[in-house]
Design a protein around this ligand. Structure first.
Ligand code: AQP
Length: 342
């Protein structure tokens, strides 16, 4: 069975973009693949953070995974920092990563420009090496990524090939290394629709946890009246009908796509159903669909978070299972790089 790993950072509240672009797809993937889903807490400290908020958001994100339908009889759910091999492998991979590769990363350029030099830690630059460790540790076949993460996945693939070339050759085989290459080179798995859910206040920017205005996103845990209010106030346009794929109407395309994904209808069905609606009617439909979809998730979330021991148990079992795979990979890498066996 092919293996998939993925995760969300506990940097704020999980929103509709994280859900439609990632978690909702994981729920289907867990039926056909061996899956590991983790809460990416080590990545959440690349920009200045609040320690108390981090632990709260980590638990909340884990509970959201489960509430959205991640089933721990099928998938392993764990916290990244609970598996020490992530940081260990990162150091080993860092030594094989040319700094020029990291300097080219668009997300680093954008985030460092926004944060300013005084707030930019080295971790913001080396973040893609940790992401590569997250993936390569588990010998993953596929990584579901939104198109914003494709550049980082490409770096992961290049790094895997480089380490395989540098240390995984014939010499390593003689040492008893598995299969002749140290890392499997993973492929991207990009969801066809919903790869990019856009902001409610600007159809050209992606919906994001770090956007300053909460009006720009629907959070998975938003109460009903807030969802009503956000959709009522979201940006629209003054064209006479509703349509997909008109480049002059990014907001219209985004809202129709959200409606399509949340109702699980086809694009054609939505286009036909909505083309003659005015914004008021469509917004009412979209609001109802969002509330109907999110309400059971929110109820399950309340149940899960009311039992702290249950969530702790899930996370500790997930870390145990993940560590078994991760520790074996790191041992192989140490051996291949010439470290003395412990
Ligand atoms: N707007 C989005 N549309 C579709 N997918 C999205 N993802 C994030 N935003 C959208 C996907 O969610 C997964 C987890 O994301 P992350 O938490 O690791 O970080 P991110 O991509 O940087 O998400 P945010 O919410 O936008 O955070 P900030 O504001 O901190 O940058 C990934 O699979 C991502 O593609």
């Amino acid at each position: 069975m092919k293996r998939i790993v993925s995760g969300v950072q506990p940097t704020g509240t999980v929103h509709l973009g994280n859900y439609l672009g990632a978690i909702k797809n994981w729920v289907s993937l867990q039926n056909s693949y061996e899956t590991l889903f983790f809460i990416v807490d080590l990545h959440a400290i690349t920009l200045p953070h609040d320690a108390q908020e981090l632990s709260k958001a980590t638990r909340s994100t884990a509970a959201i995974y489960l509430a959205c339908g991640i089933d721990t009889t099928k998938a392993s759910v764990f916290v990244q920092s609970h598996v020490r091999a992530h940081v260990e492998l990162m150091w080993l991979l860092s030594s094989a990563t040319p700094i020029g590769w990291l300097n080219k990363m668009i997300q680093f350029k954008e985030k460092s420009r926004k944060a300013g030099d005084e707030n930019v830690g080295v971790a913001l630059l080396t973040y893609p090496v940790l992401m590569a460790s997250d993936i390569l540790l588990y010998q993953s076949d596929l990584v579901p990524v939104g198109n914003d993460q494709q550049q980082h996945l490409e770096l992961t693939r290049e790094l895997a090939e480089r380490v395989n070339y540098l240390y995984g050759g014939r010499k390593w085989k003689k040492l008893g290394g598995r299969g002749g290459s140290i890392f499997k080179v993973p492929e991207a798995l990009i969801p066809p629709v919903g790869a990019r859910v856009m902001s409610l206040t600007d159809g050209l920017s992606k919906m994001s946890k770090s956007a300053p205005s909460d009006q720009s996103r629907i959070n998975i845990l938003d109460p009903k009246d807030l969802i009503v209010n956000k959709i009522k106030r979201c940006k629209t346009d003054s064209f006479p009908s509703l349509e997909f794929d008109n480049p002059e109407r990014p907001e219209c395309n985004n809202l129709l796509s959200i409606y399509q994904l949340i109702t699980e209808k086809t694009k054609e069905e939505v286009a036909q159903e909505c083309q003659d609606m005015n914004w008021g009617t469509f917004k009412g439909k979209l609001t109802d669909a969002l509330i109907d979809h999110l309400d059971p998730i929110q109820q399950r979330y309340q149940e899960i978070t009311s039992d702290a021991a249950y969530l702790d148990g899930i996370l500790s079992e997930g870390a145990r299972k993940a560590s078994e795979i991760a520790d074996a990979t790191v041992s192989n890498v140490y051996q291949a790089m010439g470290f003395l066996k412990r």
